[in-house]
Design a protein around this ligand. Structure first.
Ligand code: CA2
Length: 156
């Protein structure tokens, strides 16, 4: 069952995005596609709504700020969807925060990191994630919203 606030409202899914994802669709579209982060936010909001859920959508280029957003999700969210971007490969601080959460965490990558450079093959975030979706581009975020709805058994 989805986590609720004191007013018995279902808490939102926190969708967190790491460094440089604000450049999606604007720079290097040949690598990450033409869909902007604003478009992904709208798609996620619509998908969540179809499941009776709401989202909080954030992007940060700063590791500590992502930690702050994860801590906020700990008390104010029903689940986390996170594309940690480059920090997935480096940040034990983000992993520590994820491991302190008691809500589902879905890690999303637009690309299949295992088909890319060896330094992208390890993700610390994966070690704390409930599930991982990668290689599906922007669609991966929508499948992550579906997964959260299924895990929390929110009815359509
Ligand atoms: O595939 C993914 O979603 C990644 O998390 C994207 C990260 C990369 O470091 C990870 O290995 C895999 C990079 C996000 C940067 O996005 C940009 C978008 C447009 C222009 C430049 C960077």
């Amino acid at each position: 069952m989805a986590k609720k606030s004191k007013q018995s409202k279902i808490l939102p899914i926190y969708i967190l995005n790491g460094p440089n994802l604000n450049l999606l669709g604007v720079r290097e579209p040949e690598v990450y596609g033409y869909t902007t982060l604003a478009a992904i936010e709208k798609m996620c909001a619509d998908q969540a709504k179809s499941h009776g859920l709401a989202i909080v959508f954030r992007q940060s280029n700063r590791e500590g700020e992502i930690v702050d957003h994860l801590q906020e999700a700990r008390t104010s969210g029903c689940a986390v969807i996170i594309n940690p971007a480059g920090y997935g490969h480096t940040s034990i601080a983000i992993l520590d925060t994820i491991q302190a959460l008691k809500i589902p965490v879905i890690e999303v990558h637009l690309s299949n990191i295992h088909k890319r450079e060896p330094y992208r093959h390890n993700s610390y975030v994966s070690k704390g994630a409930t599930g991982i979706i990668m290689g599906l581009g922007a669609q991966g975020y929508l499948r992550a919203v579906d997964a959260v709805a299924e895990i929390l058994k929110v009815s359509k």
